[in-house]
Design a binder for this molecule. Sequence first.
Ligand SMILES: NC(=O)c1ccc[n+]([C@@H]2O[C@H](COP(=O)([O-])OP(=O)(O)OC[C@H]3O[C@@H](n4cnc5c(N)ncnc54)[C@H](O)[C@@H]3O)[C@@H](O)[C@H]2O)c1
Length: 332
Amino acid sequence: MAEPLRVVVTGAAGQIAYSLLFSVAKGDVFGKDQPLELLLLDITPMMEVLNGVVMELMDCAIPLVKNLVATDDPNVAFKDVDAAFMVGAMPRKEGMERKDLLKANVKIFKAQGQAMEKLAKKSVKVVVVGNPANTNACILSKYAPSIPKENFSCMTRLDQNRAQAQIAAKLNVSTEKVSNIIIWGNHSSTQFPDVAHAKAEVQGKVVTVPEAVQDDNFLKNEFIKTVQQRGAAVIKARKLSSAMSAAKAACDHMRDWFIGTKGGNWVSMGVISDGSYGIKEGLMYSFPVTIENKKITIVQGLSINEFAREKMDATAKELEQELSDALAECVD
Ligand SMILES: NC(=O)c1ccc[n+]([C@@H]2O[C@H](COP(=O)([O-])OP(=O)(O)OC[C@H]3O[C@@H](n4cnc5c(N)ncnc54)[C@H](O)[C@@H]3O)[C@@H](O)[C@H]2O)c1
């Protein structure tokens, strides 16, 4: 059997982690033959809850799990980790200004970045889920400068999965018949879910999604809005934010990173921009990517029409502002 992979999950006592830990533990992400050491980080007041999660994980009696560590100390949680799911973040409380939320999260991701810098493997693969996910990932990377920037990402896979499910429902086909939808930009309501290059298999024939749907008005309006506002719709209905679907998306994201994308298909991930598609270098922006041997490559050469350009730039602008506000909170 292979050496155990060390996997840290932050926000481990929270609701996303509750689903995520089970999927990771049973091999959905790193494979059914890959033993794991799971490091669970949360804050001190949550240690009792976290111990309950540890008890349940033990009680799942999953042979792949070789070690379980629950801690409130980043210096324990990030030691020698191979993969990091950064789920924990400061939630927006009633009456809290956006600026205060950013400030609180800068503090968290700075401290965790510094711990990673000291302790994590340089090859660690990091996905940030905790919001504002794109900017938190930038801050994390800033404070872990010896880890390659390409090893930091943020999650827009939930948005991709939501978009895929909407198109599949519209076409009355199974979700795996729809591929290559792109989420551009920020994991926020300015994101741009783009179907111009997406494909659908309908009655045994593969065509583009616009050809299959034959309803431009729907694709340019209702579809985009539904995906952009899906998170808010779930909160309204459930009185809690998306958790099961967010955990599934985090698993999809990390699994594709470790195992690779297939057959000319791409997936969307927030990665540090290298200037592709005119997006400012250094922004953590969601692009279509392919992955081979754990290396992420931004898909190049896609045609961008005026409608798409406008939407891609609007979400970039929001991210630039968010990052500049966050950087203003970094005192060093
Ligand atoms: N990117 C996405 O698509 C996406 C989707 C859904 C939710 N989210 C975000 O994911 C985050 C977690 O959501 P949730 O529903 O699990 O929230 P939750 O409140 O149930 O859990 C968050 C956990 O993080 C912990 N935490 C806070 N600060 C921490 C720190 N410094 N170190 C370690 N742990 C810390 C909290 O104590 C809590 O247990 C939120 O920020 C949410 O907005 C992102």
